[in-house]
Write a protein that binds this ligand. Structure first.
Ligand code: PEP
Length: 258
């Protein structure tokens, strides 16, 4: 069920190579999505490019995101960036628990702490979950359940309503292999059913879910219309402004496409 505005987030990862390129990508995205006001668009550049990108995202509905943040607000955390610092540059969305961060050691517990700190700063955490592989017995659902239960720890119903959960099967990230719309729909129902064990049904059913994993303009419409999730986290395709905007267009309500 789609309750709120769709959300499409561009995760630029370790791209582009220079600040000049980052600024021109931001400007191109701003131009190409300008008329798509019914979907919330977010770009998440590398930390160093955030100030420049922020200056190029004035007079637009496009919001600024970060690819990670530490769970401490300040202190002895060498090399880290906190949600407070990000807020000073206008960052309102923060991705946490991305599989590429988890591969470097980020744990479910740390993801949960990050969510709490980000919410405290009134930013929106985009919490990534996803299975490494799919087995025919469906054991991967246990992995998802563990991630969902852990992210929800200490989160009140109001806090849950302020987060976005990005279902990103790891086998589909950057591989060109996408989950089918059926897979996505099944996972939407499963995540809500896990949350229903923790929260009231109406609270669980309203959680904002998005899908990520090799989303392109060619598969976005089917995934969006039949997958039951309300938006996308886009990696590779978010580096081409026109392609990214075409994905955004697939999430518009029918009336807005006219
Ligand atoms: C991602 O990194 O979150 C992602 C979904 O990447 P891609 O779209 O390239 O699969």
């Amino acid at each position: 069920m789609k309750y709120t505005k769709a959300l499409v987030v561009g995760n630029w990862k370790l791209n582009p190579g220079t600040s000049i390129e980052a600024k021109s990508l931001a400007l191109a995205i701003k131009k190409h999505v300008a008329k798509y006001k019914e979907t919330q668009v977010v770009v998440a550049p590398p930390f160093l490019f955030i100030p420049d990108v922020a200056r190029n995202l004035t007079k637009t509905e496009v919001k600024l995101g970060a690819q990670d943040a530490h769970f401490e607000e300040r202190g002895a955390c060498t090399g880290e960036v906190s949600p407070v610092m990000l807020a000073t540059f206008g960052v309102t969305y923060v991705i946490v628990g991305h599989s590429e961060r988890r591969a470097l050691g980020e744990t479910n517990k740390q993801v949960n702490l990050k969510i709490q700190t980000i919410l405290k700063r009134k930013q929106t955490p985009i919490v990534c979950i996803g299975e490494k592989v799919r087995d025919s017995q469906g054991l991967f659902f246990n992995e998802i359940e563990e991630q969902v239960r852990s992210l929800a720890e200490k989160l009140t119903p109001v806090m849950l309503s302020r987060i976005v959960i990005a279902y990103e099967p790891i086998w589909a990230i950057g591989t060109g292999a996408t989950a089918t719309a059926e897979d996505v729909k099944e996972m939407q129902l499963f995540i809500v059913s896990v949350l229903t064990k923790i929260y009231e049904r109406k609270v669980a059913a309203k959680v904002h879910l998005i899908y990520g994993g090799s989303v392109k303009s060619s598969n976005a419409l089917e995934l969006y219309q039949e997958g039951g999730m309300n938006g996308f986290l886009v990696g590779g395709a978010s580096l081409q402004a026109k392609e990214f905007a075409a994905i955004v267009a697939m999430t518009l309500p029918k009336e807005a496409k006219k």
